[in-house]
Design a protein around this ligand. Structure first.
Ligand code: AQP
Length: 345
């Protein structure tokens, strides 16, 4: 069975990168897979969160999912902390993952910065929890932005080590997948790609668009009003050359490449087509078209998000229902893991 799992952290300022790299693709996968979309609040607290804000942000991410077109009746939408299996399986994976593997994770190095001694243990163990999120549902596919590639590789390493450490027990208990029956966890495939796998900051083409960038001008938030979107795109950094006519010409021009990629992803066309339409022209013309496109696409989503967050009881009911359905799947895996590892239950 083909199953998709992915998550978004409720850490504020949901932006165009989150939308194009993740949420828009979550929506597109709904017809082909059973999907589980999670608001990963346990991940959020790896850095300190204000409790009142955290609650608001959990509801806001849920609202973004629904406003973008995810159907919580057909698929599962919930917040991670309501299903305790995530934390339980993460502990088992903490005992499977090796220190050396975690030491190589670049996101931890970036987020911990120079003051590594002061980073939380949770931030360090984050990839192990992420592996648990995915493998608790034995998900086969995970749509994420490019920045999560390394964590996905670690998830596969953890699955593989668990499968090999416990191979004979998995076979003896008849819990394996596929022909050989030795593997309990699938080797999950990342779904990364398209023109917006890595949306960059509007102020600096070498940095990814991110929630934590102190400059609000660096990102387009999903809840920005039309005039804010227009002003941010008009102020976006560019270079003095006109747009190239072919994708080759975007090499070495990160800001131009980023804006063309955003246009391509928003309009669901390849970058080549965007350049066929706008190549040779000035940025000002292209930026005006990009403003119109971004406002047309994001305006309704932002409006619907605001309407939904005004009814928190409705959102909380969706999350409770999703969590109850997720728990059934999670408990099944977790019980099998307990049997494999040798716990008494
Ligand atoms: N710039 C991006 N381009 C494409 N995809 C992106 N994603 C994030 N940024 C970009 C994808 O969005 C999903 C959810 O990401 P997250 O919840 O891990 O949040 P984040 O935006 O990466 O935020 P952080 O890490 O909380 O904030 P920063 O980076 O500011 O410290 C993921 O699929 C991610 O790949």
């Amino acid at each position: 069975q083909q199953r998709v799992f992915s998550g978004v952290q409720p850490t504020g300022n949901l932006h165009l990168g989150n939308y194009l790299g993740a949420i828009q693709r979550f929506v597109a996968l709904q017809d082909r897979y059973d999907c589980i979309y999670c608001v990963v609040d346990l991940h959020a607290i790896t850095v300190w969160q204000d409790p009142v804000e955290l609650k608001k942000q959990i509801r806001e991410v849920t609202a973004a999912f629904i406003a973008s077109g995810i159907d919580p009746a057909r698929h599962i939408v919930f917040n991670q902390s309501q299903v305790s299996g995530h934390a339980e399986l993460a502990w088992v994976f903490n005992c499977v993952a090796r220190l050396g593997w975690l030491n190589r994770m670049t996101q931890f190095k970036e987020k911990a910065g120079k003051d590594r001694e002061n980073a939380s243990v949770g931030l360090y163990a984050y990839p192990s929890l992420m592996a648990a999120d995915i493998l608790l549902y034995r998900a086969t596919h995970v749509p994420v932005g490019e920045d999560q590639k390394q964590h996905l590789e670690l998830t596969r390493d953890i699955a593989q080590k668990f499968n090999s450490d416990f191979g004979p027990t998995i076979t003896r208990l008849g819990l394996g997948l596929g022909e050989t029956g030795e593997a309990f966890f699938p080797l999950t495939e990342p779904l990364i790609g398209g023109p917006a796998a890595r949306v960059m900051s509007l102020r600096d083409g070498s940095k990814k668009m991110s929630k934590s960038d102190p400059s609000d001008l660096s990102r387009i938030n999903l809840t920005d009003e039309a005039d804010q979107v227009a002003s941010k795109i008009r102020k976006a950094k560019t270079d003095p050359e006109p747009l190239p006519t072919e994708a080759e010409g975007l090499k070495g021009r990160p800001e131009a490449d980023n804006l063309v990629g955003i246009y391509a992803a928003l309009s669901d066309m390849p970058k080549e087509q965007v350049l066929a339409d706008f190549g040779g022209g000035q940025f000002s013309t292209f930026k005006s078209a990009l403003v119109d496109l971004a406002v047309a696409k994001l305006g309704p989503i932002g409006g619907e998000m605001k309407r939904l967050v005004a009814e928190p009881e409705h959102i909380d009911a969706i999350l409770r229902d999703g969590a109850a359905r997720a728990r059934v799947l999670a408990d099944e895996t977790l019980n099998q893991v307990k049997d494999i590892v040798g716990f008494v239950r």
